[in-house]
Design a protein around this ligand. Sequence first.
Ligand SMILES: *[C@@H]1O[C@H](CO)[C@@H](O)[C@H](O)[C@H]1NC(C)=O
Ligand SMILES: *[C@@H]1O[C@H](CO)[C@@H](O)[C@H](O)[C@H]1NC(C)=O
Length: 478
Amino acid sequence: MLRFTLLFASLFATVCWAVRLEGSIAYNSVIQDTGDLESTASALLNGGEYSTLVRKDGKFVFPEVPNGNYFLEIQSVNYMFPKIRVDINDDGVTGAYSVLGSEWDSTGYDVPYPFMLKAKAENEYFMASVYVRFKNMCNVLAKSRNSTLTEKRRLQCDEHVQEPNAYYDGYPEDMEDFNKAQVDAQKMMSDAGLGQLLAWAVALTSTDKYVNGIIVLASAFEQQQSKYPLVVLYTPQTVSEQVIDQLADLGCDMIPIEPIVPKADLKYLFERFSKTWTKLRAWQQTDYERLVLMDADMLPLHNMDELMTMTLEGPDWVAASHACTCNPQRISHYPKDWTPSTCAFTGCDRTAGTIHPPSMEKRDYFNSGLVVLTPNETVFKRMLEKLDNDEELMKYCFPDQDFLNDIFKGHWVPLPYSYNALKTLPTAHHDMWDLTDVKNIHYILTKPWDIDPNDKQDIYYPLYRLWWKEFQLLQSNL
Ligand SMILES: *[C@@H]1O[C@H](CO)[C@@H](O)[C@H](O)[C@H]1NC(C)=O
Ligand SMILES: *[C@@H]1O[C@H](CO)[C@@H](O)[C@H](O)[C@H]1NC(C)=O
């Protein structure tokens, strides 16, 4: 009996601190059978802390790996495999593709265990393509108004992007092969979460005070050390060269776009609404794998980088915060059913812990001030078609917001109010509001740049003041 107990105890001890880690190479169009992979191919953990040969049948086994976090890679002369972050603890083994770009230890999509690794491209094509893509990404990511920071980011990039010798070995004569390899490499990068371009985005359609809003946005992202650049989608016909240069100097990525004007002759409540369609071009920026589209009348207070890696349920889904439909200012042109009883935030109470997610049944309607989206040409074309053919557009109270709610009905993930904290919420939903939680204020209706910053009687004075503090600080630095 004692012997059994001891045996169990020792087994148990082993299980507790080390596991047998295994996986295999899954054959596909790139590596079609077991003979293709060279016999020296091996699996490495943490660059060689543990290593084991890949067997002829494609399997690899590390007999005993202690609890901890590791990087798993397949070392092969001829083929490129995704790298996987492996976490081992008492509950077992989990894996995720590692997301390259800024930090090697962040994680992307989960990988089921035991791992099945697929080569998607032969090494040289893959490396060449990663190299080019990475260099581009570095240029985008590294840009910053702060030259110390820019230099630091560039060094970080250079450390991870090493020029592959294969790049200079010449491409195969057969261009078709090469193109196919490029496509494979792109697909692999995207499967593995590699080389993704992620960014904040804002639309600019004129040279007016909205520019101040964008300057404040750019500076807020900089201060909060967001890893992602701010892309400004601007219409060159209506935005001055001077403004374009100024924003580029601030580190914004400037992308010219054409305005979007629906064919129907629409009557708008406010002139500014006629320009709101142009921001739909965010869906057309398919060089980016994710954009977080924001309005210029916002003030980010805390880092929100998690929005770049959060899961959306499908390629044509978005994430956004609910709109408040209380109509606290009793604005007469708002829809009649916009009353507190229909508002998703009614009943939300921070002390009761009921602030997220607000009830979907109550009102399935989001505010379009901040939208997490995946650019997609098909979705964009669908939008243009609807814009040109939909009579409903005439009835919209909030043009782009009503439109986006129509398009993404049943396809949106609610975000906490804190990501799009409407300036009216502290009064309309006092029990919910907590400024220490707020990540991003949204100055709907009257803009902070249009008010007297010293008017302490204004009920929104405390929130306007936050924007003005930021703006004045910037002006003194420019
Ligand atoms: C620039 O960035 C560096 C590194 O992050 C930081 O230490 C420094 O304070 C920044 N300088 C300014 C003027 O913001
Ligand atoms: C674009 O969206 C459509 C659905 O509207 C989807 O079927 C397609 O896979 C998406 N494309 C990409 C590249 O994600």
